[in-house]
Ligand binder design. Structure first.
Ligand code: ASP
Length: 347
């Protein structure tokens, strides 16, 4: 007989884990130690569920790199004891955290599924219940002795997305996440339909967890009228090592001499500048328009179709890896965990 799969649920905080106190009507954290009492239908799931709650729980707007290290450690310490992991997380910064974990975990061969909700688990019309139950099913889904989804993913409103391709784009609807440049990994209806040809392959050789993260990065979003003093004050921040430059369309930027010179000066000082698009779909293509030619000439790196969230995580991860800038530059322009580039080539 096949052994019953097991999942560790890790609660970090956020709306999903809230329940309304029947007397005071205030929202209080859900007691994950008594999961089966609160959601008896879980008894019907062929899966052993255990939980770990962070203390203190945080609203994900308070997310920091130090928390990512703690989260990764909980997963690493328990990696061999469970078949999969469900991380309950606030939606606001879920795309950043899930992207970061995708870079921190190399050679993953089990699912790490992030989910949350727009309404608390303890409310009548909650979306959290379905998100939670489907995430548990996916995290425990095994075929021929192997996990079906051996990667970091986000599950939300019937869809499973590659974590490092996903953004939160809606603060109101249940359908809050989007993966503009990569197909969904699975769709949940009556059945869970896995889109197997776009799911990552199993890592081999055992997981490797990378704890080096360098937070000396910044995001600079272009807008018409951006002034020299704004650009200079960001690029001249003491200790800055990397910039995510959010450009227009396919990687275009102003052609003003002062703008290009300020960027050139930063690059010459050793600051890495990664060009990502402000668009939700499509890619940076340096040189396609005259307005991006100079960026390429001075050494701005093209981030293809990577999301800003993923670019930030990748930059912190690579800068924290102790590698030389030349090597980091090469790695920034190619896919490490399926975060950028044509999905036909696959991760
Ligand atoms: N502000 C909350 C958070 O991100 C919203 C949510 O839980 O979805 O933690």
């Amino acid at each position: 007989m096949q052994k019953q799969p097991s999942v560790l649920v890790i609660y970090t905080g956020g709306t999903i884990g809230m329940i309304q106190n029947k007397e005071t009507l205030a929202l209080e954290p859900f007691d994950f130690d008594h999961l089966y009492k609160h959601i008896p239908v879980l008894e019907g799931l062929n899966c052993r569920i255990e939980s770990h709650s962070f203390d203190p729980l945080i609203d994900s707007s308070d997310m920091k790199p130090a928390f990512w290290l703690r989260l990764a450690k909980v997963i690493e310490d328990n990696y061999n004891r469970y078949d999969g992991f469900v991380v309950l997380h606030g939606t606001d910064t879920m795309a950043y955290s899930a992207s970061m974990l995708s870079f921190m975990f190399e050679n993953l061969d089990k699912p790490i599924i992030f989910t949350g909700s727009q309404l608390p688990l303890g409310m009548l019309r909650t979306d959290g219940r379905e998100n939670f139950i489907a995430s548990l099913e996916i995290a425990s889904a095994i075929e021929n002795g192997k996990s079906i989804v051996p990667e970091v993913a986000i599950y939300f409103e019937n869809k499973l997305f590659r974590a490092n391709r996903t953004i939160k784009f809606n603060a109101e609807n249940f359908d809050a996440f989007l993966s503009g440049n990569y197909p969904v990994l699975a769709e949940v209806g009556i059945h869970i339909k896995y889109n197997r040809n776009v799911i990552a392959k199993h890592g081999v050789g055992g997981i490797k967890v990378h704890y080096g993260l360098d937070p000396n990065v910044a995001i600079l979003k272009l807008f018409p009228g951006i002034s020299k003093c704004v650009v200079e004050s960001v690029l001249r921040i003491d200790g800055l090592k990397g910039i995510i430059l959010e450009t227009y369309g396919s990687g275009n930027a102003p052609t003003d001499r002062w703008f290009i010179e300020t960027l050139r000066e930063a690059i010459e000082k050793g600051i890495l500048i990664l060009n990502v698009t402000q668009c939700k779909e499509g890619a940076v293509d340096i040189g396609k328009y005259q307005t991006s030619v100079a960026l390429g000439q001075i050494g701005v790196i093209g981030g293809e179709d990577i999301t800003t969230e993923s670019a930030l995580a990748k930059m912190m991860h690579l800068l924290g890896s102790g590698r030389e800038n030349n090597e980091i530059k090469i790695l920034l322009s190619k896919s490490l965990r399926g975060e950028q580039g044509s999905w036909i080539e696959k991760a």
